[in-house]
Design a protein around this ligand. Sequence first.
Ligand code: SF4
Length: 343
Amino acid sequence: MRWDNLGDTPAAPADIALFGTDAVTTRTFDTPEFRGITFHEVRARSILNRVPGASRMPFEWTVNPYRGCTHACVYCFARKTHSYLDLDTGLGFDSQIVVKINAPELLARQLASARWQGAHVAMGTNVDCYQRAEGRYRLMPGILTALRDRANPFSILTKGTLILRDLELLTQAARVTEVGISVSVGFTDQELWRTIEPGTPSPQRRLDVVRTLGEHGIDCGVLMAPVVPFLGDRPEQLRATVRAIAEAGASSVTPLVLHLRPGAREWFMTWLRAHHPGLVRRYERMYADGAYAPTWYQRRITRQVHELAAEFGIGPAHRGATRRIPVPEEPSLSATPEQLTLL
Ligand code: SF4
């Protein structure tokens, strides 16, 4: 691996306590794509994480090699988890990235344990495992190899086109176990994308991933998330998005309306005030009862998307499909900081 390393700073005692690991090395890289980003390399003690309150999730185990995400989606629900590391949930979440550099070998060891029962493992449910950092750290090939070698079922949710780098490994894994891939595309509106998901590949490039996976025999669903009230929910916007998803050959489409949990909510509202001040009152009313839009609104969006999916011929979800379509993990507000360091 080539390290264009500007900063290579040994861990301060406070860092070690902060991350709950034995070693933290902080690095920065002088390349345009990583300028302004600090990586905290840690050796995690465990990589298979049991989801708190797993009964509400279609999966019980997750693997998250990164914390923080350079994709920098304004609404990202995982922002809150950065506060457990005493890191900022706004720009800090976008630019202070924790990298569990021993994730592949740790996973191989844990999968080989006699106690491991071969349960489904979901990835990309907290932060994106194919964010830009993965291009440099290359943790996913080792992780996929470990899962393939044990024929362990898994799923991945991503906005990252980098997943295509690992196409061969995904194909090999799909021959021996259940592999579910979902790409997240909430809208195709270019202006909305540039401002609200500034670090991500464009929606069209993500849909190209869906198409390429399909061409290689790997079914790929689309999590149509988030549907953004007043900015991405006009009938013609929903129609254009579902049409594009259908044209990419997605095996399913699952709509999810924007939710604004603490941590994400403050950052999103700051963005809204700067970019769409006229919508602030409407949002305050819509999210007055908490993190979720009213049920009637969620139902309306779901119905519209399902009708469009039927019109454009996106197949109805088959039995067991929910397990194959990972949805974002809800950060447990009751989890302790120590538990969250294992996420
Ligand atoms: S890609 Fe996912 S994890 Fe990354 S910032 Fe966006 S919503 Fe959060």
